[in-house]
Write a protein that binds this ligand. Sequence first.
Ligand SMILES: Cc1ncc(COP(=O)(O)O)c(C=O)c1O
Length: 400
Amino acid sequence: MNFVSDRLKRIKPSMTVGINVKANALRAEGKDVLVLAAGEPDFDTPENIRKAAARAIEEGQTRYVPGKGTPVLQKAIQQKFLSDNNLKYELDEIMVGVGGKHIIYNAMMATLNQGDEVIIPSPYWVSYPDIVLLAEGKPVIVKCSEDQGFKITAEQLANNITPNTKWLMLNSPSNPTGAVYSEKELLELSSVLLKHPNILIMSDDIYEKIIYGSVKFTTLASLEPKLKDRCLTLNGVSKSYCMTGWRLGYCGAHKDIISAMNKIQSQSNSSTSSISMAASVEALNGTQDFISEHNKKFVLRRDMVVSKLNEIEGITCQTPKGAFYVYPSCKGIIGRKTKEGKEIKNDEDFMNYLLDKEGVAGVHGEAFGLSPYFRLSYATSESILEDACNRIAKACKELT
Ligand SMILES: Cc1ncc(COP(=O)(O)O)c(C=O)c1O
């Protein structure tokens, strides 16, 4: 008997989740594995947020809550958009979901008709194409090379627009590359988008606050107000507030999109947890001091990893401007042979080799739509990162 729908057959499970499961299983077997594949900060949720959640439980905030967010959370999100992004969203233009991923899923389900195209610059976050496929849309992958900073250009955007284009996905700072779009780059994209009034833009700002040095974060709806009604500005507490397990994302968008997304939520998950909503109020309204503390640590780790990787023959690594990943090229490794005579044919072979040989788990670039690269997360301790880089160097030296 065939249990599975045709819709589901179109997609594959998340590769990053799969690699983490494999690495953790090896660890459980007693193997010495360093996992640099996770997409989450290694810091605990700050104490003030944990306490707010505990208080919410004690106070009995344990019943059904509105799917679009409790009134106090909606106000906190409204204020966040205003003070951080200079974006004025009315309350009916704001909604909450079960993480940023769920917001993207809901948005695609609410807006895509069969065959509608979604332009996805690659390297992309692994879930974008599969969510689009699940919603019966057609992902249009646009490869953005390293020499263009892994970012889509206005020319590439213009060349990939068709009468069926419904969405453009933008993610800055980016997972997996850490690339950040400048104001100038976003304005160039805007000038193309203004000529095509039917295209919506998903601005995935989930790494907004994990950005380094003097690099400035900009979001499209705020930079080009004429596009505001066509932008879905996505954010969430997962990354900046170390709350990946709490499952809360939010967005601002045109009220018709929000209302359609709420309709889906009302007939599916109803809402995210009332406790997560209470905790997120504290995250958004409470002290933000720990964010710069975390970023200071991330910068030290990033610089160490970039410099150590660049010392390895066959690997080159740019310095990312945000998020907590590096996306080095392993072009110089492809074609080399292991001691056992097995050729490293692509980035997936290289990642399997590193995992089997030295117990280092990263994610191959193909999972993000651009090879030959690999993603390492530096959201882990400096000692683990140093150990991992030394092991990668050792493994590469053994290749001939
Ligand atoms: C680019 C990007 N967008 C969205 C998400 C979703 O975050 P969450 O669903 O955990 O809030 C992630 C998580 O890895 C991400 O990297």
